[in-house]
Design a protein around this ligand. Structure first.
Ligand SMILES: *[C@@H]1O[C@H](CO)[C@@H](O)[C@H](O)[C@H]1NC(C)=O
Length: 252
């Protein structure tokens, strides 16, 4: 009886999955990119009885990665196809994913520290000056120094007087004044430049572009296009181009 018990114990500790690799490793990913945290049984014919990935980040305290909302649709395991491969792929990385990760079987653990590099803005912290004209559109430039970064959060705010008054968010949420007039130049790109159309004098002020840990300012001046003072009757107004085209069509 004792012998059988001993055999079982020996079997338990020799069979099954022994993890390969170092106990602790560090990885760096880029915001918007992906990272593979490698964890596998040294004998690829073995299968662990239990596997879990836990994360300790600023927002999570050793949470179960696979079931956590923060990682929903962004994590992938490969052990369905190769049971000894316990590696974790995290895609569409966010800065808040940075932290400690643990690959855990019934026998062993492997620790990882993940650093996620975010977006540093061009002209970070500075004030750029831009002039726009009433009735026209203007581009307020904002971009990451490295275009491979994809910041997870972008926000544009407006302060008409740049006094102590609170900034009003105009992107992604739009205040009344900018409703339907402010949008990113390209929703899918990593360029955060804001396009404001149909400018009015009230749009003059200071705009702030911010990502997770960085921001920059743009001071926007609004001017009226100078309409020529001589022979005003022969000069079409600044917005007259479409009007002229329409007249042309009628004449045709
Ligand atoms: C586990 O799967 C990933 C994704 O296919 C692969 O990159 C990695 O090399 C595999 N690890 C092992 C030990 O086979």
């Amino acid at each position: 009886m004792e012998c059988v018990y001993l055999l079982l114990v020996v079997f338990h500790f020799t069979a099954g999955c022994t993890l390969s690799g170092q106990r602790y490793r560090e990885f760096t990913g880029l915001s918007g990119g992906s990272v593979l945290l490698p964890c596998s049984c040294s004998d690829l014919q073995t299968t662990p009885q239990r596997i879990s990935w836990k994360a300790k980040t600023r927002t999570a305290d050793f949470t179960e990665v696979i079931t956590d909302d923060q990682y929903r649709d962004r994590v992938h395991l490969f052990n369905k196809d190769s049971p000894a491969n316990l590696s974790l792929l995290i895609s569409d990385l966010r800065e808040e994913d940075g932290g400690d990760y643990i690959c855990q079987t019934e026998k062993e653990t492997r620790m990882f520290r993940l650093l996620v590099k975010g977006c540093d803005l061009v002209n970070s912290g500075k004030i750029e000056e831009v002039t726009g004209f009433s009735g026209e559109s203007v581009l307020l430039p904002c971009s990451c120094t490295n275009l491979h970064f994809k910041p997870s959060t972008v926000r544009w705010e407006f302060n008409p007087r740049n006094s102590g008054t609170a900034d009003e968010e105009i992107y992604p949420n739009q205040n009344k004044q900018h409703r339907n007039r402010a949008r990113l130049t390209n929703q899918n790109s990593r360029n955060l430049t804001l396009l404001i159309s149909n400018l009015t004098a009230e749009d003059q002020g200071v705009y702030r572009c911010s990502v997770q840990h960085d921001h920059k300012y743009i001071r926007l001046y609004i001017k009226a296009r100078e309409t020529p003072k001589h022979r005003p009757s022969e000069e079409p107004p600044a917005t007259g181009d479409t009007e002229k085209e329409r007249m042309w069509c009628i004449e045709l």
